[in-house]
Write a protein that binds this ligand. Sequence first.
Ligand SMILES: NC(=O)c1ccc[n+]([C@@H]2O[C@H](COP(=O)([O-])OP(=O)(O)OC[C@H]3O[C@@H](n4cnc5c(N)ncnc54)[C@H](OP(=O)(O)O)[C@@H]3O)[C@@H](O)[C@H]2O)c1
Length: 432
Amino acid sequence: MTTPRTLEGIVDKIGIGLLGYGTVGSGVGKLLKTNAEDIALATGRPVELRRVLELPGFSHPDLDPALVTDDFDDIIEDPEIDVVIELIGGTGAARDFQLRALRAGKHVVTANKQLLSQHGAELLETAERNGVHLRFEASAVGAVPIIKVLRESLVAAEVETIFGIVNGTTNYMLSAMTETGADYADVLAEAQRLGYAEADPSDDVGGKDAAAKMAIMASIAFHSRVTLGDVAYEGVTRVTALDIAHGRRLGYVCKLLGVARLIDGAVNVRVYPAFIPAAHPLAGVSGAYNAVFLESEAFDKIMLYGPGAGSVPTASAVIGDVISVVNTAKGSFTRNCLCYKDLPFFPSEDVLSRFYLRVRVSDQPGVLARVAAVFGDEGVSIRSMVQEGSGAAADLVFLLHPAREAHLFSALERLRALDEVEGEPGVIRIED
Ligand SMILES: NC(=O)c1ccc[n+]([C@@H]2O[C@H](COP(=O)([O-])OP(=O)(O)OC[C@H]3O[C@@H](n4cnc5c(N)ncnc54)[C@H](OP(=O)(O)O)[C@@H]3O)[C@@H](O)[C@H]2O)c1
């Protein structure tokens, strides 16, 4: 049989119920309209948007008002709806709608990282029990097809590390701080003005958005459940233009990194600002772009790079998921839930890390010896030190050898208590 080149004879439709017509939902509506023919020819089945759930009073210039409902029953009770796409976000109504759709025998596609990273096990097991699919490609790194790569392409390769830039807002902000020397608050205000940061930016700047994505990716890569609560995360709120500038002189660029590692068979997943060498491929990932490295003995390194958010880029990943369930309704390449191991977690305080540490001190005789003595007592050894500035106040900038994080943080506590130390020291991990 040859591949059809026209829509003639392609009639067996896939019905879609779309929940939420906001940034991503309207992108899905747009792509379903403009790419309808390609989707039908590629899958052999036309995809039809049958209903859109929105809050009462909603209207959108590109959307037929007859499709809009504020009653979820209209979606769940429509036998012609095969796939429910949840794009309202949050962990309340979205969870309830997803569970009801799965129990009603409908496939679910979502971009909801917070829901997946907190209630993934419950949702995936419900999908499995009901013989339907739950797909969530767009929940981690937007348009970049990392979930499919981990779930399918690399299912037999033991991925040991996932490492990358998974939040576009903070990447834009750190890039701007590096390029202009502006401080955090000014760059945040500019990012909000340009639409790169939301009115309430706390999930992005506090690291929670990146942590949710890392939990989802780590669960699939390590085949062991990682929830948002298992991820230790810090954001960029304490990164200063001063530390970025010192790091730059030492050959580093500052990035908010998501890092998931298998250490001695245990899982450690974290998000933190880190200095990486200016020549590292991630250093060139700037603005709202994302990039993720996967490492494994099987393939050494793979890097995936692309837009991590945005209406149409994210919608393209959502539609990719719809297409991937269209013809696999009766069984698929892998199961919904791939967490068939129950690995322990590796405590973050025992991780060996390298650090940049800046201490502002009053320029008094003997101050360097007192700072060095604290490091010595705590078993933290110094690789190099430079003094920036002189007179009443100077910055001592240390690069430290790998140390147990617990030791470094206890040294930091003691440094804060020294009379000669002024203000809050700058502490940034170094990843090579
Ligand atoms: N935006 C991105 O670039 C991006 C990227 C990756 C993943 N995501 C994820 O995609 C999902 C959607 O994000 P978004 O940016 O498209 O959000 P959004 O622009 O706020 O859109 C959500 C839409 O759903 C509506 N809504 C909220 N609660 C509802 C309910 N109970 N019933 C019916 N409609 C409801 C909202 O109406 P109101 O506006 O009136 O509240 C809004 O129109 C989230 O899980 C997000 O994390 C987004």
